[in-house]
Design a protein around this ligand. Structure first.
Ligand code: WTA
Length: 665
């Protein structure tokens, strides 16, 4: 490092607040600080500004119907179609502009560029194929696909005919696919033969087929996208009788158009499964108008997306971030959305920077786990490239530590791009707490104030607001358009999981209903919120939510395992990593083979992302007198922290035994 660099690092390390760059503010979509007061005074009508970003077939009557909390309805009786909003309405002015710029992982492969016109054509053809297959309005179509262009195409085709989609992350296991198809009673699957990861083709259809064999009802049709082509189909799959090749289907419908179905504002646009406290994943239901308006409004206001931008969200569409901020938000605004298939370190650790340089990307939206990896790899990789096209940087998925924030700000943004640290969840549909980049100063490590119109507070266990600086629980005290409407087929669990904690569940008064996202947080004197992390039994590994119960039940399913407790331990790149404490049945050894079987059991049940970083065999688990496992203590052991109070334990000695064991490993 030169002397200048050293000085710069020292200055950055101390700086706690950053003003948005003047050039950014001048051109920002939102730069009037009055928006906060205006939205507060004019709530809920303020959300008309989000609804106005959409094209409606029929105007809505009421912005918010809150007569039956927490079953809120937004933009009631309006009708619209999400695919028409993401495609058709752009054709006249922007038909030749690029909608999706798809970049495959292999560097010798040609990119696939879809203009709005081309994307519209292909979505229509696939919508016609789905219709032909018998998919009707309201039928749930599951998608188990990696990052191929046919995934957003299939999503928009479903939206066009009013069939909700349920996308299952391609990295999830066969069993996870089956659980989700069973829960949604989904009779249709769109999947893919395989994809590339770090240079190698991966067989995906094999896993999909295995999942299909576990589905408890008849699956009438499966569509298989040929990603690997003639060179990559060495996996030798023959399609089964109910399976068809995507390319052939679309070919048959060549030139067909399908009128977008007018959907009620409150009709389901999609389901997205996410992990919760209990073993069963939750089917989060999002609607057509509220969700789309939210994705569009936040993309405009926070990511500062403009139609002429080239915008890159380096997430996977299999998660909510990709739904809202690769597909629906950017396409609703008519911009160019970059979609990259592979990992950031293939063929080298500068792949993202190369993409940004080549396509002159204006906004980059990624996760802290990725930023921590970039930081570890070092500044030389971004330094090889001209990143001056960047105007804004964003992060999402987990807390970002100030060091990583500053690294991102300096090495990627060259101190000239605002960084938005956006707190939100699968359930919220889009961003909730973050700075408006053209209005507010940034404070590394703190997401920022709630967005205008969002009433988020930090409270104690009684729901009373806590003083600035003290840790409490994050709550959202008023509804917002992008919120989940319920958990699929399970209104009871919806109330139980998100509302019961802080609401008067017998009341009809919306003021008595408070949404609880299950995150801990604190607030400072300026109203900036720092999110501390989950307060339920969910671990956040590389920005991915994993339920400890799901992992525990996978481990207990392994032959020879009597009991298991799973906790998250600190990890410098992943944020958190999975640690498993396992009690074996008599006659079984805690040897390497057992370890491998446990790891394989978790991978089979959930997927490689849930793979335990450490497995500790122990004769006992620390339990309270009432028999509850003391996870906190196990976390402390995993983190090598000072142990908390062990006096309430039934078996205090066991903690020391486990700790010694962990240290020996
Ligand atoms: C965490 C991802 C701190 C949080 C969009 C939340 C964050 C969970 C942030 C949702 C952030 C997300 N700062 N924590 N900026 N963003 N989280 O459903 O614990 O996959 O509840 O949605 O991620 O994860 P999900």
């Amino acid at each position: 490092m030169s002397d200048d660099d050293v000085q710069l690092e020292a200055r950055l390390a101390e700086q706690e607040e950053f003003e948005p760059p003047a050039e950014f503010v001048e051109q920002a979509n939102v730069s009037d600080a009055g928006i906060y007061d205006e939205f507060e005074e004019n709530w809920p009508e303020c959300w008309e500004s989000a609804a106005e970003m959409l094209d409606w077939d029929e105007e809505y009557d009421q912005v918010l119907d809150d007569s039956n909390p927490p079953f809120y309805e937004w933009f009631t009786d309006g009708t619209l179609n999400a695919s028409a909003n993401c495609l058709d309405r752009h054709l006249e002015e922007r038909g030749d502009e690029v909608a999706i710029e798809w970049i495959g992982e292999p560097t010798d492969e040609e990119n696939r560029t879809f203009t709005y016109e081309e994307l519209h054509r292909e979505v229509n053809e696939f919508a016609a194929s789905l219709r032909e297959m018998g998919v009707g309005e309201g039928d749930i179509v599951t998608m188990y696909m990696p990052m191929v262009p046919e995934l957003p195409i299939a999503m928009l085709a479903c939206a066009r005919i009013g069939a909700p989609h349920s996308v299952v992350f391609a990295g999830f296991s066969a069993e996870a696919l089956a659980t989700r198809m069973n829960s949604a009673d989904s009779e249709y699957l769109v999947t893919c033969d395989g994809y590339y990861r770090r240079g190698d083709p991966l067989d995906h259809l094999d896993k999909a087929n295995e999942g299909l064999s576990m589905v408890d009802h008849e699956v009438s049709d499966v569509v298989v996208v040929d990603r690997l082509g003639p060179n990559g189909d060495g996996f030798g799959h023959d399609l089964a009788d109910n399976q068809s090749d995507y390319g052939e289907l679309v070919e048959e419908q060549s030139g067909e158009t399908v009128d977008p179905v007018g959907r009620d504002a409150e009709d389901m646009l999609f389901l997205m499964y996410t992990s919760g406290t209990t073993g069963q994943p939750k089917g989060v239901k999002h609607t057509t108008a509220g969700y789309l308006a939210w994705a569009a409004w936040t993309s405009h206001s926070v990511l500062d997306v403009k139609p002429d931008d080239t915008y890159f969200c380096a997430a996977d569409i299999g998660w909510i971030t990709g739904h809202s901020y690769i597909v629906y938000g950017p396409l609703a605004l008519g911009t160019t959305s970059v979609m990259y298939e592979g990992t950031p370190d293939y063929p080298e650790r500068d792949r993202l920077w190369e993409i940004i340089e080549e396509y002159e990307v204006n906004q980059l939206y990624t996760a802290p786990t990725a930023i921590r990896a970039f930081m570890k790899w070092g500044g030389e990789y971004p330094d090889r490239h001209d990143l001056s096209s960047l105007r804004l940087l964003g992060t999402v998925g987990e807390p970002i530590n100030p060091r990583a924030w500053k690294w991102y700000y300096k090495h990627i943004g060259d101190e000239s791009c605002p960084v938005v640290d956006t707190w939100w969840q699968t359930e919220t549909g889009g961003m909730m707490v973050t700075t408006l980049p053209g209005v507010k100063n940034m404070k590394p490590g703190s997401a920022g104030p709630p967005l205008p119109g969002i009433d988020a507070r930090i409270v104690d266990t009684n729901g009373e607001e806590v003083e600035a600086g003290r840790a409490g629980y994050l709550t959202v005290n008023k509804p917002w358009p992008g919120m989940l409407r319920t958990l699929y087929n399970n209104d009871e669990r919806f109330i139980e999981e998100y509302w019961k904690e802080y609401s008067d569940v017998d009341s009809d008064d919306p003021d008595d209903w408070v949404y609880f996202p299950e995150d801990g947080a604190k607030i400072d004197d300026d109203g900036y919120i720092t999110v501390l992390g989950r307060v339920d039994d969910v671990i956040n590994v590389s920005g991915h939510r994993l339920g400890t119960m799901e992992i525990e039940s996978a481990i207990v399913g392994v032959e020879g395992v009597a009991e298991a407790a799973v906790v998250g331990g600190d990890h410098d790149v992943k944020g958190e990593a999975v640690y498993a404490y396992v009690i074996l049945e008599d006659g079984y050894e805690g040897d390497d083979e057992m370890h491998d079987r446990i790891v394989a059991g978790v991978e089979d049940a959930i997927g490689p992302i849930a793979r335990p970083e450490g497995v500790v065999f122990t004769p006992e688990l620390p339990k309270t007198r009432s028999g509850k496992i003391m996870r906190r203590l196990l976390e402390d052991i995993a983190n090598e922290d000072e142990l908390g109070d062990t006096s309430t334990l039934r078996n205090p000695d066991v903690v020391e035994d486990i700790r010694v064991k962990v240290q020996e490993e």
